[in-house]
Design a protein around this ligand. Structure first.
Ligand code: SAM
Length: 259
């Protein structure tokens, strides 16, 4: 099977083939992509569900150009049910979550997601709410240590949080990056802050049961062990799960009447 994103500038998602294999999108079906990003999954699915199938794409910020049969929704996927009711979106074949941040956010947003750049410590997907800078400069040491340890799974969380407190105020990504010695730790601390700023785990916990109540097929891609744990907790007796590979979990109801 040859898969090419519709727009050549879009990087092909790593698990596109597996997602398509699971959903097996057919003409005139409807899908939801809860993490639209640059449309790497959505635009391929949209092509396959032509001529009348619709795709509802949700993201905190919309980077995909409007086009026929694509419903663009700038919102938090934690509001999934409200969103589909508002758009009267029905007969949903499958719901996709591709968790985390996009390449565009990392490389081009200028919002401090990368420890390799020198940018303001913002890290907000939605451009509202508390910034990474506010967390670093205002939260108590124990809270910083907790998010570094839990969300970043960082062994040096104690000494790094101590160094943050001692070097306040921090304004840019380099102010933070230079306090952390190892590259892997830099990545883990930046990840932890991003998860805290965007309440990523809370949003996932709210969205998964909503998604599963809407359709027979839900797929979630995650590269973070805490997200994966949340996802695993939603296995239910009437839901058949398969794993195509370590980072993709999928559900397919085997008997919807049991609901
Ligand atoms: C890994 S990227 C998705 C990439 C996309 N599948 C593609 O192929 O271009 C994750 C996206 O999810 C969005 N996102 C993360 N949490 C969200 C939430 N709670 N509600 C809406 N969008 C969210 C981010 O803004 C980001 O664009």
């Amino acid at each position: 099977m040859i898969i090419k994103p519709v727009d050549k500038n879009i990087k092909k998602p790593v698990l596109l083939k597996q997602v398509l294999k699971f959903f097996n999108p057919q003409p005139n079906q409807n899908f939801i992509d809860c993490t639209l990003g640059q449309g790497g999954h959505a635009l391929v699915i949209l092509e396959r569900i032509a001529p009348h199938g619709k795709l509802l794409g949700i993201d905190f910020e919309i980077l995909v150009k409007p086009q026929p049969r694509l419903i663009l929704v700038q919102d938090n996927f934690a509001n999934l049910k409200q969103i589909i009711e508002k758009h009267n979106f029905k007969n949903i074949e499958g719901v996709l979550f591709d968790l985390g941040f996009s390449n565009w956010q990392l490389e081009e947003s200028g919002r401090g997601f990368s420890f390799k750049k020198d940018e303001p410590l913002d890290m907000r997907f939605a451009r509202t709410g508390v910034t990474a800078q506010e967390i670093l400069n205002q939260w108590p040491e124990q809270e910083l240590e907790k998010i570094f340890r839990l969300y970043g799974e960082e062994k040096q969380s104690k000494s790094i949080s101590r160094d943050v407190i001692a070097n306040r105020p921090l304004e840019t990504t380099q102010d933070l990056a230079k306090l952390i010695y190892a590259w892997k730790s830099k990545a883990r601390i930046f990840q932890a802050l991003r998860i805290a700023v965007n309440k990523e785990l809370e949003n996932l916990e709210k969205a998964l049961p909503q998604a599963m109540s809407l359709t027979e097929k839900v797929a979630a891609i995650s590269f973070h062990s805490l997200e994966d744990r949340i996802i695993k907790n939603y296995f239910k007796t009437n839901i058949f799960s398969q794993e195509h590979c370590a980072k993709l979990r999928v559900w397919q109801k085997i008997n919807t009447k049991l609901n």
